[in-house]
Structure formats: structure tokens, C-alpha cells
Write a protein that binds this ligand. Sequence first.
Ligand code: NDP
Length: 343
Amino acid sequence: MKVVLKNYVKGKPKETDMEALTTATIPMKVPETSYEAAMVVKNLYLSCDPYMRFLMTKHDEAPEFSYLSDFVPGEAIRSYGVCKVIDSTYPNFKAGDYVWGITGWEEYSLITNPEIFIKINHPELPLSYYTGILGMAGFTAYLGFHEVASPKKGEYVYVSAAAGAVGQLVGQFAKLMGCYVVGSAGSDEKVEMLKSKFGFDDAFNYKKETNLSLALKRLFPQGIDIYFENVGGAMLDAVLANMRVRGRIAVCGMISQYNLDNPEPVYNMMIVTPKRIRVEGFFVFDHFPRYETFEKMAVSYIKENKITYVEDIVEGLENAPGALIGLYEGRNVGKQVVVVSRE
Ligand code: NDP
């Protein structure tokens, strides 16, 4: 079976924009002819990530998104995943190794760019963690918080989409730094989880607030030093109105804008100059040469029980389209993972 995009998408994607097709099983050996180095992998865990929305639209004129190529209708959708190597002509990996990288939404994939895969050094931990805390999401949280936001002990930190794959870690990293942390999420269940499971100092359901700026004033009477931006739009405007002098905004993503034809205006940018605010975007894809430093830190945090990680696990490739769409509706609680096979 493989899950494909049927046609390029406009506006909000739907489950029916994708379909699961039955396919012939691919050969379990790398074909001798075609590739310099390749591998056949068994796909175990697939990651659902908000950026995948960009790849559902044809981007001839948007080179800033060309870090990953658009999906091709009719071909298997691609995402980060955890895989078991079945056969390999790439010297760094051998049959039986566990690796993670960009793979297909199918049971087995022929990988012709094995150099972008990373060997899993800690198979004793849940392998699915390499789609989240030990994978792209975790590395993103680390880069955005520790490197872009330049946090200091005692600072006031706000995280949006805080109950998701990235946000739950940013909040915990901030607590480990000795910061005061508030998160927002779209349900009371998530808000409760932020406080009781991840140790956020406070949290709120942004869907229940009639005035986001007043909500932030209530939660941060002294103002915000660091905003970890995951959603954009009206939330960003409200945050700008509540930033402290020399605050930092680490712009990780803006999921509230991804399905809009025209992004919403942001009115409060003027505040950036008098308050000397640093607003900085970053892309995790630029930093993978430094992944191992992060992995070591995250593994020790996990083993010392300093950090906890919540996953939202969906079983079966056929349920992958619903899981992906759920991200844009806030249905996921924690990191959205699809299990293709557990071994
Ligand atoms: P999540 O696991 O947080 O899932 C997305 C969440 O976003 C949903 O659960 C939902 O939670 C929230 N959401 C969806 N629609 C809206 C909306 N209209 N307004 C407000 N919130 C919304 O995703 P990730 O943690 O994987 O990603 C978080 C952000 O990080 C995204 O913007 C993503 O694009 C970005 N990202 C950036 C990277 C980079 O390199 N810069 C790398 C990886 C991710 P809720 O219930 O709270 O509404």
C-alpha cells in the first residue's frame, strides 16, 4: 500500500486529497543497475508535520520553499520516518540498522539518497522518538529556543501551539533553564497537560479568549521576553503588543496561515523598533551537521527523566491522511506519529 496525493491542493487540505492505493511489493534488494548507492528500507514510523502542507501545492514561483520538493500526485507522499534497513549499497548503513530520514508513505521504500539519513544510535529508546523528540521536532525546539531566542534564567517565555511536537519541548527546555513559561493550546485537555505533565507555570486555551492581547497581559503583567512563534496571525499581533524591551521572537512557523490564500496582516510590527525586539526565523534543515550535539543532550534528558514526551499514535498507513489533516485542526495531542509496522 502507498498513500498518494491525488491532486495539488488549494486552501485547506482534506483527507480526500490523499488516497491509499494497493501496490505491488518492491524488490527487497537494491537493483544492481541504476544507483551509485541506495537502500531498501522497511518503514516503521512516519512523522506528520505542518510543513507538509507546502508540498501539497505546486511551487514553481516560491523558491524559498524549495528545501524540499513538492509532492508528485500519484507518487507516495514523503515525510520524515524511522526505517529498518533491509538492503544497502551505501557503506554507512547495513541490513538491520535503524535509520531516520525522508521516506515514502508506503511499507517499503527504495531510497536513492541514503546520505540524508541518520543512523539511530539509541534503539533502546522508543524508535518513534526519532520522528519527534530525537528527530526533526526536537532539534527544531532546541535550535529555536537555545540558539535563536538566547534565553537567560528568570526570563518570561511564551510558547504557542505548546501542546504539539515542538512546543511541549520548548516549554520544558525553558523550565530547565529556570525561565517562567506560559503556553497556549486549543483545548482544555491540552491546557491541563501543559501544566500537569510538562510543568508549564501557566497555560490558556486561546480559543476561549475574546481578546488575545488582554489574555497575554493577564498572564504576563510584566511583559514577554521570549516568544516561540508557532502560529502567526492574530496571535503574533497580540504578542507584539506585550513584548518587553530587547525581547526575542523565534519564528519557528505560522501554522494558522498555511491554508490561507492571503496571509493575515500583522499590525503591531511598528513596536519592534522602539522596543529593540529581535525577530528571527530559522529552518532546522540548515543545521543538521550539528544534530549529534543535540541528540546527546536530548538522550541524556530522557534517560535522566528530566524531559517527558507525549506522542499521538495512529495505527496504519490508511489512517495517515486523517492524521496529517488533524494537525491543521488541532486534533493531535502531542507529536503526531503514524505506525506502519512496529518492527
Ligand atoms: P504540532 O504538533 O504543534 O501540530 C500543529 C498544532 O498547531 C495543532 O495541534 C494545533 O494545536 C495548532 N494549530 C493548528 N491550526 C492552528 C491555527 N489556525 N491557529 C492556532 N493554532 C493552530 O506541530 P509541530 O510542533 O510539528 O509544529 C509547530 C510549528 O513549528 C509549526 O508552525 C511548524 O510549521 C513549525 N516547524 C518549523 C520548523 C522549522 O525548521 N522552522 C521545523 C518543524 C516545525 P492547538 O490545539 O493548540 O490549536
